[in-house]
Design a protein around this ligand. Structure first.
Ligand SMILES: Cc1cc2nc3c(=O)[nH]c(=O)nc-3n(C[C@H](O)[C@H](O)[C@H](O)COP(=O)(O)OP(=O)(O)OC[C@H]3O[C@@H](n4cnc5c(N)ncnc54)[C@H](O)[C@@H]3O)c2cc1C
Length: 419
């Protein structure tokens, strides 16, 4: 069947990537992008330059406003509340129903609330009317949208006391940005060191040690109770005898995929809308991409580039053309002026895996590789994007390398790609 209408639900990077790839490959039919945001914008800056105030919402737009009309994409504001896969329809909260030959779910996700006892004894004052500043009324924040970032930035004043719960990628980035803004930061996480699974223990420990260097108090513990009072948010941290009071708390303990509409429509949902290798859900008319989706047999990716690739794959599936080449997962994160990139899988040394360091851990630029036999399976680089780029090619192409060559800074990594 020729597809002549497509509706994409969700205007994040995955949704925008889908519509862009459709048009790029000659799709000439109707194309609608539904989103509840004011316009599609990028999320990674929300914990970095946007939170800092160095970028505004317009400057993190995923596309210029005129792009949508030039590409004949109907950008429709609205919240999708229901999906009928067999009829090929979506229903918006205002009752509007749209139908299409294919529907692509790109609904992303929401921040998780940790298993913390929360008590609101007294609501904090609301911001003065007319200021237009959204603000948490309980002092407890999460960070997924620009609105969340606005609310958080409002309290990150010089000297403000911020508790960050969770020292993963977003928690660490916010701690770094908050220090730049002059706030006092306490960062609590039970993992020691956090993010070891993503970057390996050695790099994780060094990255975590940077918090103290930059004046953040990093505490290895769990937060057991948060109490919103007029004096601020009172936090009970495990192992501490006295509770501590903060002006604001950021809960940064991960995200959960937004799957409610898919689930209610009877699609298979299991830690994300389950899709096949072509991004097709358990109903052939409905595809899913980005953070809301999970490829069967794979872990759910929660990174920017994976969302881009999902969108490209979905568009090509709709058009019946070859998918883009598969590539190993890659993501980046920034903290304290350092740029960290990660590709593939980092493993602790054991009988099957070895760790190879190029440079010196803790003295950027440096990179660390995981090798299984003579194959690179993962790499992490700090201020060394070329190393990650080369590692990615090694992984994608399955090139054999010698550990001694990888570790030798005099050896050009690109030359190793020739095997
Ligand atoms: C603060 C922050 C920092 C990050 N930093 C990095 C980074 O440095 N590096 C990296 O690789 N990744 C980073 N990420 C992750 C990356 O941004 C996400 O993986 C990416 O945004 C996922 O894109 P998406 O389009 O799938 O989902 P989203 O960006 O969440 O977009 C989903 C869209 O769907 C809309 N929507 C949801 N439900 C409905 C509905 N029912 N009807 C209509 N619209 C709906 C939402 O409003 C939203 O606009 C960061 C994420 C955050 C939150």
């Amino acid at each position: 069947m020729t597809v002549s209408s497509v509706v994409v639900v969700g205007g994040g990077i995955a949704g925008v990537s889908t519509v862009a790839e459709l048009r790029k490959n000659g799709y000439a039919g109707e194309l609608t992008l539904l989103t509840i945001d004011p316009f599609p914008y990028d999320r990674p800056p929300l914990s970095k330059d946007y939170l800092l105030g160095a970028k505004d919402l317009e400057s993190i737009a995923l596309q210029a406003p005129e792009w949508y009309s030039e590409q004949r994409i109907d950008l429709v504001p609205g919240l999708v509340v229901a999906l009928d896969p067999a009829a090929g329809t979506v229903t918006l909260s205002d009752g509007l129903e749209l139908s299409a030959d294919r529907i692509v779910l790109a609904t992303g996700g929401h921040s998780l609330w940790p298993d913390v006892e929360r008590v609101v004894t007294e609501r904090l004052d609301r911001p003065p009317a007319g200021l237009g500043i959204p603000r948490s009324t309980t002092g407890i924040h999460t960070l997924r949208s620009a609105e969340d970032a606005d609310a958080l930035r409002h309290v990150l004043l010089p000297g403000a006391r911020l508790l960050v719960v969770g020292a993963g990628l977003i928690g660490a980035e916010v701690a770094s940005t908050a220090r730049k803004l002059g706030s006092e930061v306490v960062l609590v996480d039970p993992a020691d060191p956090p993010i070891a699974a993503a970057v390996g223990t050695q790099v994780a420990a060094w990255l975590h040690s940077l918090h103290a260097v930059h004046g953040v108090e990093a505490v290895t513990a769990t937060v057991e109770k948060l109490e919103s009072t007029r004096a601020g948010v009172v936090a009970h941290i495990a192992g501490e005898t006295e509770p501590r009071t903060f002006d604001a708390v950021l809960l940064a303990v991960g995200m959960a995929p937004d799957t409610a509409v898919a689930k209610a429509a009877g699609l298979e949902v299991d830690n994300g809308v389950v899709v096949d290798d072509h991004q097709v859900t358990t109903h052939p008319k409905v595809l899913a991409v980005g953070d809301c989706s999970r490829r069967r047999g794979h872990r759910r990716a929660e990174h920017w580039e994976a969302a881009v690739h999902d969108g490209q794959r979905a568009a090509r599936t709709i058009l019946g053309i070859d998918p883009p080449a598969e590539t190993v997962h890659w993501f980046w994160t920034d903290r304290y002026g350092l740029h960290v990139e990660v590709v593939g899988e980092m493993r602790s040394p054991d009988g099957d895996h070895q760790t190879v360091v190029r440079g010196v851990v803790g003295e950027p630029p440096f990179s660390v590789f995981t090798l299984r036999g003579e194959r690179v399976i993962g790499a992490v680089a700090v201020d060394d994007p070329n190393a990650v780029r080369a590692a990615r090619r090694m992984i994608d192409r399955g090139v054999d390398v010698r550990a001694s060559d990888l570790a030798d800074p005099a050896k050009n990594l690109r030359s190793l790609l020739r095997g």
